[in-house]
Structure formats: structure tokens, C-alpha cells
Ligand binder design. Structure first.
Ligand SMILES: [Ca+2]
Length: 291
């Protein structure tokens, strides 16, 4: 049985989705999952470093993009890198994510803001700048798997049927912040009421009813499910610019960039699509073990 920071989730039947927020979460339907175990927190920088040391894995962000995938691009610009968030100086057009996302050469899991940045003081933060195949490679090395959307959402709900948040109906019960989100006007005014501008160490906020930390907020998390519905009209804080092709996967949980005025997606039902070869500064993953 799993031993390292994993939690047994009982499985069962639950109400999946929400009718009260964004179209891609509808309709509410009953879903069932078998019992499984899931990581109590997102895979951390320290855990990912052990994987890289053991396997020599080079992430998608650390490889130069294939010119065949970008036939119109100047080959000199096809350099390794990843999407990094940058706050704007003031209000911007929220329909254009280029106002707060940029492809930064050299950005990768060990240099989340690009050259000159590091993770020395972020070993217990979720690893970021991991594309889907990087998450899959880690899971295979760890003897685990990535969750389905149904497994992920069942776990995130922590036993609460149909609740808005992973902890209940109130965003900040008794004034206590329960997740790392964005307070203030996105993408320029971060009021930091939860204490964190970027990612936060795993376990910095209270666990849900199953003992799971950061199921919502902090970083989005990969699932294995194809995103079948049309991408949302409100494309959220996510940046999907770097990906190629039409295939999209479901990511769950929202991130430290989700602001209520723009992207109220720090909820178990919330979902977004992402192309598998995309990596960003607010997307990570956690693993499951079945049977
Ligand atoms: Ca925050």
C-alpha cells in the first residue's frame, strides 16, 4: 500500500459539477469512483528533484520546441522556455492573456521565473513548469498514476456533497483563508490577504475532509481526461498559448492566480482545458494509486 504522504479515499457516489458558475462545469450529474489513494499534496520541487536525479529526465520546458510544430516561427526563437506570469501595472484588457503571460526563455521547474531565479527556498512548494508528459513520467517512476477528473473532484470535495468549496460554502470562514488564491483586481492588484503572491508551501492551508492540502488554489493540477466541451468563453488565468494541436486535457483546482472578479475557479467543480505540451508557472500535479 502507498506509504509516503498518501491518503486513502473511500470511493463512492457523489454529485459532480456545478450549475452555479461556469458553463463547462454543467450539468451536475451523479458520478461514482472506486476507492483509491491520492497524494496529500501536490508533488513538490524536492520530490521532483529526486525524480530528475534518479532518471535524468529533461522536461518539455527544458527542450527546444520542434520546428515542425511551429512552421511559421523564426528558428532562432525556438528556444527552451515556459510561460511565466507577470503582473501588470494597472488594469488591462482581460480578454488578452498576453497582458500577464509571457514565454520566457530558460524558465523551467528549477528556475520558475527564468534565468537568475531558483527554488532554493521553495523545496516544499509545488513543482511548476511541468507539461503532461513530465507529470506522466514522474508518476510512472513513482509507481503511481495521474488521476481522472472524477477521482480528482471526488477527492477535492472531501466528503461534502455539492459544496461550493473544498471546505464548505463560505470562502473564508471566521476570516480564515483556506486556499492560496488571488485577492484584489487581477492581474495588477494582489492584496495578499492569504500571505502569498505566488505559490505557497504545501500544507500552508488547512486540509479538506479527507486530509488533502491545496486541492484548490496554489497550482492547477493535470488530470488524464480529455476536455471535450468547447473552451470557456472566459479563458481564466490559464495561459494556453504555447501548446500545439487541438488535443486538450482537463486541469483542475484553480491556482494562486484565480481572482473572484475574473476566475472563480478555486472550487472542486471548476475545470479548464490545457494542451498537453504546455507548461506554466501555475500548473503542477499530484498522483494516485488504484487498487
Ligand atoms: Ca495568494
Amino acid at each position: 500500500m502507498p506509504v509516503d504522504d498518501m491518503v486513502e479515499v473511500p470511493g463512492g457516489s457523489f454529485l459532480m459539477g456545478s450549475d452555479r458558475f461556469y458553463p463547462e462545469e454543467r450539468p451536475v450529474r451523479r458520478a461514482t469512483v472506486e476507492p483509491f489513494a491520492i497524494d496529500a499534496h501536490a508533488v513538490t520541487v524536492a520530490e521532483f528533484r529526486r525524480f530528475v536525479k534518479a532518471t535524468g529526465h529533461v522536461t518539455v520546458a527544458e527542450r527546444a520546441p520542434d520546428p515542425a510544430d511551429f512552421p511559421d516561427a523564426d528558428p532562432k526563437q525556438l528556444v527552451p522556455g515556459s510561460l511565466v506570469f507577470h503582473p501588470s501595472r494597472g488594469p488591462v484588457d482581460l480578454r488578452d492573456f498576453r497582458n500577464w503571460w509571457s514565454y520566457r526563455p530558460g524558465a523551467a521547474w528549477r528556475a520558475p521565473e527564468g534565468p537568475g531565479s531558483n527554488t532554493y527556498e521553495r523545496a516544499r512548494h509545488p513543482v511548476t513548469h511541468v507539461a503532461y508528459e513530465d507529470a506522466q513520467a514522474y508518476a510512472a517512476w513513482a509507481g503511481k498514476a495521474l488521476p481522472t477528473e472524477t477521482e480528482w473532484e471526488f477527492a477535492a470535495r472531501g466528503g461534502l456533497e455539492g459544496a461550493t468549496y473544498a471546505w464548505g460554502e463560505e470562502f473564508a470562514p471566521d476570516g480564515q483563508m483556506m486556499a492560496n488564491t488571488w485577492q484584489g483586481e487581477f492581474p495588477w492588484q494582489n492584496l495578499l490577504q492569504d500571505g502569498y503572491a505566488g505559490t505557497s508551501p504545501v500544507g500552508a492551508f488547512p486540509p479538506n475532509g479527507y486530509g488533502l492540502h491545496d486541492m484548490t488554489g496554489n497550482v492547477w493540477e493535470w488530470t488524464v481526461d480529455a476536455f471535450e466541451s468547447a473552451p470557456s468563453a472566459a479563458p481564466c488565468c490559464g495561459g494556453a498559448a504555447a501548446g500545439t494541436g487541438e488535443r486538450r486535457l482537463v486541469i483542475k483546482g484553480g491556482s494562486h492566480l484565480c481572482a473572484p472578479s475574473y476566475c472563480l475557479r478555486y472550487r472542486p467543480a471548476a475545470r479548464q482545458s490545457e494542451t498537453p505540451d504546455t507548461s506554466t508557472s501555475h500548473l503542477g500535479f499530484r498522483c494516485v494509486v488504484r487498487g
